[in-house]
Design a protein around this ligand. Sequence first.
Ligand SMILES: *[C@@H]1O[C@H](CO)[C@@H](O)[C@H](O)[C@H]1NC(C)=O
Ligand SMILES: *[C@@H]1O[C@H](CO)[C@@H](O)[C@H](O)[C@H]1NC(C)=O
Ligand SMILES: *[C@@H]1O[C@H](CO)[C@@H](O)[C@H](O)[C@H]1NC(C)=O
Ligand SMILES: *[C@@H]1O[C@H](CO)[C@@H](O)[C@H](O)[C@H]1NC(C)=O
Ligand SMILES: *[C@@H]1O[C@H](CO)[C@@H](O)[C@H](O)[C@H]1NC(C)=O
Ligand SMILES: *[C@@H]1O[C@H](CO)[C@@H](O)[C@H](O)[C@H]1NC(C)=O
Ligand SMILES: *[C@@H]1O[C@H](CO)[C@@H](O)[C@H](O)[C@H]1NC(C)=O
Ligand SMILES: *[C@@H]1O[C@H](CO)[C@@H](O)[C@H](O)[C@H]1NC(C)=O
Length: 774
Amino acid sequence: MSKISAFLVLLSSGLGLASKCPPSFSIPKSEAVDHVNPLIGNGGDTPNGSGGMIPSTAPPFAMTRWVAQTHQNYVSVTPYNHTATTIHGFQGTHQPAIWMGESGQVVVVPGTGSVKSKFEDRGLRFSDDTQIISPSYYRVELDTGDGGRILAEQSATSRVGHLRFTFPTEQSAYVLLEATRPTPITYIPTNITYPLGSIAVDPARREITGSNSERQDWIITPTSIAQNASNFKGYFCARFDTPFAKFGVIQNGSEIAGEKTGKGSLLSAYARFPVGTGKVNVRVGVSFISVDQARRNLDAEIANGVALEETARRTRTAWAEKLDRIQLEGASEADKEVFYTAFFHTLQYPYEQDEGGRYYSGYDNRVHQGKSYTGYSIWDTFRGEWAWLILFAPERIPSMITSMLQDYKEGGWLPMWKNIVETNIMVGTHADSLIAEAVVKGIKGFDTDLAWEAAYKDATVPPKNDGNTRYADREENVDYEVRAGLSSVYTENGWVADDVHSESASRTLDYAYDDYALYRLAAALGKPKDIVNTLRDRAMAAPFTLFNNATGFMEARNANGSWAGPDAGWTEGDKWAYTFDVVHDIPSLAAYRGGNASFVQSLDDHFDGGHNDHTNEPSHHIPYLYALAGAASKTQERVREIAKANYNNTPIGLSGNEDCGQMSAWYLFSALGFYPVNPASGDYVVGSPFFDKATIHLPGHTKPLVITSAGAPNAPYVRGLSIDGKEVKSTVISHKQIATGGNLQFEMSKEPQTWGGTEMLSYWMNFVERQKVL
Ligand SMILES: *[C@@H]1O[C@H](CO)[C@@H](O)[C@H](O)[C@H]1NC(C)=O
Ligand SMILES: *[C@@H]1O[C@H](CO)[C@@H](O)[C@H](O)[C@H]1NC(C)=O
Ligand SMILES: *[C@@H]1O[C@H](CO)[C@@H](O)[C@H](O)[C@H]1NC(C)=O
Ligand SMILES: *[C@@H]1O[C@H](CO)[C@@H](O)[C@H](O)[C@H]1NC(C)=O
Ligand SMILES: *[C@@H]1O[C@H](CO)[C@@H](O)[C@H](O)[C@H]1NC(C)=O
Ligand SMILES: *[C@@H]1O[C@H](CO)[C@@H](O)[C@H](O)[C@H]1NC(C)=O
Ligand SMILES: *[C@@H]1O[C@H](CO)[C@@H](O)[C@H](O)[C@H]1NC(C)=O
Ligand SMILES: *[C@@H]1O[C@H](CO)[C@@H](O)[C@H](O)[C@H]1NC(C)=O
């Protein structure tokens, strides 16, 4: 039986976690949480075809996610791969995405007989049908290799993993904590200088504590913070409920006789329990500040004596509080699995990095007061994920922005891709968009003056050595990349020069959008006219400096203005996708492509020619562009096709990297019937709702948002739309119209309709008006 079918059996028989708990133990009912399938997106045949998601247990936005370890994770390898047959421990991981590195992990390894510390020796076979996988509880039976079985169970709170092992009573059992392991970077087996760490056993407290300096992305840290960030450490405090019969410290596979502590590489420690012990509970507090703080986190989140069931119940309740906010009618069991798993995926990143009211900053290597978040994949998440968070986790938006402002204060710049600290991954300074969108949508509770200062710096201050640094993808030994190329021709002529900077054409289009976001921010904050107008003019002009009239496509240009060739200067996309990447000025783009009819034809050519690549973000908004050019029915058709082809309820159910929630945010918005094509505008473009009805309880609002679209599962076309009884003729609706609840009533049809075709005029007029704002 595959893991998926085992999961479905559990669902259909209504067992879930309940059957595994003492009968007296009640778990909160949640249809939504029962439909989460954490294996969705775990893998394809190659890391590239993988969503990179792991079946981890943790509450929303948790600092540490706990998962059965099947692999030594690294950039391109996740700690859990569903095809594996052995489990090598249970890992508290901070790896936020498959193409990013791990930081400060800890691994808990159960075993019997002689202690096996090395990854390759300690794997225990398991069979799929012994697994129960849910967001709050995981269990598996491990084969000890000599006829015994270990039942391993796992749950977690944000900063504490809770594990319970039931050992065969006739064998001598142990639990090992791994502090440091070999890393693929600069790994010389005979002389390991990184990562180093420490370990200590305290049998009186029944604790094993330790730390390591592993931060796999250290190699791409901007140079000005590299020194400070090199002090980063992950700490842990593991406390057992069972006295130790024996214990020891192990280095590189051998016990260091008589030692309670150790320092260095390849370090672990174990506690052995008396034969006959049976159940052992271990709670593992994790910290980025210190071992003491890890201990405080442990005591604060899971007190002594708390049962694993109670931990699982609390974490399940936390998920239910979010996921139960949407009820669907007309969705199949499979649809619900895809939908609620997507919802689960969108509420994981960025993740909490503060502990007890303080946080460690790798930017300045200090501990500060306040909240902090990390795991910001902003080139991906500014598109739809952030809009989703604004709707479903608005209580966190002010501190997520404040955290970015702290990064600015401590490191000099807003984040691009923060994984503990900045990594310079991808292009553009889309934190500008996150801030602008929040302000445009009326989010309060952060320092808008500081936000403006930080974002305006992005638009006006080039990176260090801009003139002679290429800022290639993952280039080492360079400083903050931010708007590489800003100092050259971009400011004067409008494009980033391809012969000077990498990914120049993608940068040009991204910077133009970021300028648009800043223009909206400046206007909302009442900044001086000349600043507002300069940003707006740059945003509107820059994209079209790349438009090659001879080919009808965007094309990178060199410093001297010559064309660099159709395939030059793109990142994670090509000329097809990027020519549609002017989300803030589709009317002008349509005009450049010869008017509406010819623009619609170019969209057809894009899709019919197989150029749309939904596995990567530059394609995500493209199906929605039809609806801005009078061909809404084609948006409705394409969105349905894309959802079907790129999402399903299997481990390969995400065609591309989840990218910290963006793949799923696209699905969720699309399933509800609208998508934020131009996030900083505060507008959504209407698509085609997938189900008969969605009832949404937005946090902070008593009136639900009810989306009715009777017959939608078999009728993809929209014949009409009304909001609170008022007819809507345009395919563009605003955040304001939905953000406080209301009734969105779609009339669906099996045949293409002209709705939204001829009535776009008001949108276009409104658009032109908006450009004149000041
Ligand atoms: C999972 O493991 C299989 C078999 O080793 C491998 O082919 C595949 O690439 C892995 N998937 C991921 C996402 O790492
Ligand atoms: C997978 O992606 C990596 C990084 O983008 C790339 O170097 C590699 O060629 C890709 N491999 C396949 C099989 O597509
Ligand atoms: C670890 O042990 C192996 C032999 O088991 C040895 O070859 C290697 O040099 C040792 N590494 C370190 C860092 O001590
Ligand atoms: C181990 O590597 C470090 C760093 O490269 C070097 O300084 C040291 O001399 C090496 N030690 C041995 C024993 O080779
Ligand atoms: C490290 O952080 C301190 C502040 O704690 C700052 O003064 C210093 O410039 C930083 N050093 C580097 C190399 O960034
Ligand atoms: C393309 O054509 C437009 C309108 O005819 C013109 O304004 C623009 O300068 C041309 N672009 C380039 C790069 O030649
Ligand atoms: C313009 O720049 C490109 C790339 O650096 C170069 O190949 C080309 O010769 C230059 N053209 C002129 C007219 O200078
Ligand atoms: C596109 O169509 C809209 C109305 O549907 C119209 O207002 C607009 O002028 C057209 N634009 C172009 C460039 O043809």
